[in-house]
Design a protein. Structure first.
Length: 336
């Protein structure tokens, strides 16, 4: 039973009682309390005596109230009981609580679709402890994700209202992994219109779809077939590298990732050389490269020297455990 149906049944039950009260008040001229009392004992069929003597019209009204009202009452109570016993009430309350959490989120990610690709996206976001919301139409998938503590919105990700329920205005980025390029393109187009500053990454199956999805506003397009082909070649010609990456991604005892950390104006690292910071001394993290603007374009310095100066806008490319990287990120991007 849907929540709207539950509300409808409650409204009908209240309407029946209101009809009884109004009927006795208008036909017999009784006070409201006496009319309410008469309505309750009539519909509940407890068999108490009449509050006052009924007129001929009042008795006819009572007959119709018993025949119609009792049937509605029995149906309503049985439906509400089923709603509670089958756990649907608990599900409604859980979803309302979850929606309140989503409404308070800021700087989170939105994942559209929990199919096979979306499943790996979700797992990675969980492992790296990123705040995110999943939009999915399949009720069974929603229940499974919610059991695992994942915040979800049930609905079609191409609809404005659904994206707004997922907090798109306050979101940091969106990833769409739906079943067709047309659906993904529509999600990208809709999301960018709702939040132009949103970073959007889309999945694409066909090569000719990539340009169209980018034109719709996607900041990046990932093609699973292309990635799969590259992986197969890598397994063949550079197996040690692939083995290292597999260990890094699948190690259970700790989560090791390649991450980027931007330097803000408020950072204690800004205006200092790498040697003057504690980055090199941190255990569990390695600085792979430094990205910054040089001569009007982005430039990467791999394994930069200690004399390199950090400034606002510099981006550190790091490899290490998520916990250590997050600690370093707090220093590089202080919230205060």
């Amino acid at each position: 039973m849907q929540y709207n149906k539950f509300i409808g049944i409650v409204a009908v039950l209240l309407g029946v009682y209101a009809l009884g009260v109004c009927g006795y008040t208008l036909i017999e001229g009784w006070p409201l309390f006496d009319s309410l009392y008469m309505t309750v004992i009539t519909l509940s069929t407890v068999g108490y005596g009449e509050v006052h003597s009924l007129s001929h019209s009042g008795r006819i009204f009572t007959i119709f109230l018993i025949i119609g009202g009792t049937g509605v009452l029995v149906y309503g109570i049985s439906s509400i009981t089923a709603f509670v016993v089958e756990g649907e009430l608990t599900d409604v309350l859980r979803r309302k609580k979850m929606q309140k959490k989503i409404d308070r989120m800021k700087g989170h990610f939105i994942v559209c679709g929990a199919d096979q690709t979306g499943k790996y996206v979700i797992e990675e976001l969980v492992k790296t402890k990123q705040p995110f919301v999943v939009i999915e139409m399949d009720t069974d998938k929603i229940k499974s994700l919610c059991t695992g503590g994942v915040l979800c919105v049930e609905g079609n990700a191409t609809h404005n209202a659904v994206l707004q329920k997922a907090g798109i205005q306050a979101a940091r980025g969106l990833m769409t992994t739906l079943h067709s390029d047309a659906e993904n393109l529509l999600v990208v187009f809709t999301a960018k219109r709702l939040n132009p500053a949103l970073k959007v990454i889309s999945k694409a199956f066909e090569e000719e779809s990539e340009q169209k999805i980018r034109m719709a506003g996607a900041d990046g397009v990932v093609m699973p077939n292309f990635i799969g082909g590259m992986r197969m070649v890598s397994e063949m010609i550079r197996p040690s590298v692939v083995s290292f990456l597999d260990i890094m991604l699948r190690e259970k005892d700790r989560t090791i990732r390649v991450e980027e950390v931007g330097i803000t104006a408020a950072s204690s690292y800004a205006g200092r050389t790498l040697a003057e910071t504690d980055i090199a001394a941190l255990e569990g993290v390695t600085l792979v490269a430094l990205k910054r603007l040089e001569e009007g374009k982005d430039a990467y310095r791999f394994n930069p020297a200690g004399t390199v100066m950090l400034s606002e806008g510099s981006i550190l490319v790091l490899m290490g455990t998520v916990e250590v990287i997050n600690t370093l990120k707090e220093k590089a991007q202080p919230s205060g």
